[in-house]
Design a protein around this ligand. Structure first.
Ligand code: PLP
Length: 368
């Protein structure tokens, strides 16, 4: 029997992984006894299975989502100072990857309903130095791809998809990460497909780009001790790959579970809340269930007082971060600011049951 008075946590990673632990423990023992810890059969299997899952030719496991973004940009050999278009409303990692490559992030405001980059505002940000668009399928909702693909073709830009929040999301039936030259994934423990530590992957349909990423992640080498380019050490850990191999077959079920919980919120939450949009052609993965309310901070406190933990994604917009002050122009990004001021993330994990979400809804609908 569940204790009806217990807190509804935002996300409990022990609960999320509980259904897999029985398989993970013997798998760990097997891997430990085998004694092969870097770039072994588990990484190869995961790369093959994840590529199959997405319907792409190549998947290259790397150390994290941030590294997946950095190596993707590196692969193009852009000139320092070249510009990359990126949404103003994202997790800071997206923008950091551009800065770490010596490139210039050019921020474009999001659509206030979808929270993703507003395609109608991209063209005005394109200059003769624009080389790439790095889009983010934020909160697990796919970006609006038709206009973005048109601009990519028209201006001959590379496209990198930050898929750290969009495992399992679709646009017109096509998986997130398969539209651009690269899809960059994170398997950070909270993501829809989460490891038990840091992990990431780059996916691509381009043979040559895949080879470059393989070199970059492993000291620039194809053959041990022979280095072709100035590489990194950014490999997907063998043991994490082993855990991901156990969870990957359940990813669709995990996303489907989140969608059941999302449907409860969408059906039942009162209209005092601004809810995520649902549009034809989009299969949303609900990494995060983001609502907005003008008195977000008071609401958050009220929920906590009533046994519901929530999060904010994110409290400070990238352009307002201290780290960015000397780097970004003094442009204003009022839409990003508005989202950051009003956003609240509700519990929606694989570890939550419908009774948890019902409690959240009941408490929320009593908020005055
Ligand atoms: C989590 C996240 C990343 C970074 O992934 P790590 O694996 O933590 O490096 C990048 N972009 C977005 C949008 C994210 O949510």
């Amino acid at each position: 029997m569940k204790d009806l008075n217990r807190m509804v946590e935002y996300e409990n990673l022990s609960d999320v992984n509980a259904p897999f632990i029985n398989e993970m423990v013997p798998a760990f023992e097997k891997m430990a006894k085998r004694g092969w810890f870097i770039l072994g059969e588990q990484v190869r299997e995961f790369e093959q299975k994840f590529a199959e899952y997405l319907g792409v030719k190549h998947c290259i496991g790397v150390a994290s989502g941030l590294d997946a973004l950095i190596l993707s940009l590196r692969a193009f050999n852009f000139t320092p100072g070249d510009e990359v278009i990126v949404p103003s409303n994202t997790y800071i990692a997206t923008i950091l990857s551009i800065l770490h490559c010596g490139l210039k992030p050019v921020l474009v405001e999001p659509d206030i309903a979808a929270y993703n980059i507003d395609p109608s505002k991209i063209e005005a940000a394109i200059t003769f130095r624009s080389k790439a668009i790095m889009i983010v399928h934020l909160y697990g909702k796919h970006c609006n791809m038709n206009p973005i693909m048109e601009l990519k073709e028209k201006y001959n830009l590379k496209l990198i998809e930050d898929c750290a929040q969009s495992h399992g999301a679709l646009y017109n039936g096509k998986p997130s990460g398969t539209f651009g030259e690269f899809g960059a994934f994170s398997f950070y423990p909270t993501k829809n497909l989460g490891a038990l530590g840091d992990a990431g992957a780059v996916v691509t349909n381009d043979d040559e780009l895949a080879l470059i990423i393989r070199r970059y992640r492993n000291y620039g080498s194809d053959v041990k001790y022979y280095n072709e380019i100035i590489g990194y050490n950014s490999r997907l850990d063998e043991i994490q790959a082993g855990f991901l191999n156990i969870k990957l077959p359940h990813l669709d079920r995990l996303v489907a579970h989140k969608r059941v919980l999302a449907a409860m919120y969408l059906d039942q939450l009162s209209n005092k809340y601004i809810l995520p949009v649902i549009e034809d052609g989009y299969y949303d993965a609900y990494h995060i269930f983001a609502i907005r309310h003008p008195e977000r901070d008071r609401l958050k406190k009220y929920l906590l007082d009533n046994g519901v933990k929530t999060e904010i994604h994110y409290p400070v917009a990238p352009h307002r971060q201290k780290a960015m002050q000397s780097i970004l122009d003094s442009h204003e990004y009022p839409i990003a600011d508005e989202i950051h001021k009003t956003e609240l993330s509700l519990p929606i994990s694989f570890g939550h049951g419908v009774e948890d979400i019902q409690r959240v809804i009941d408490v929320m609908n009593r908020f005055e």
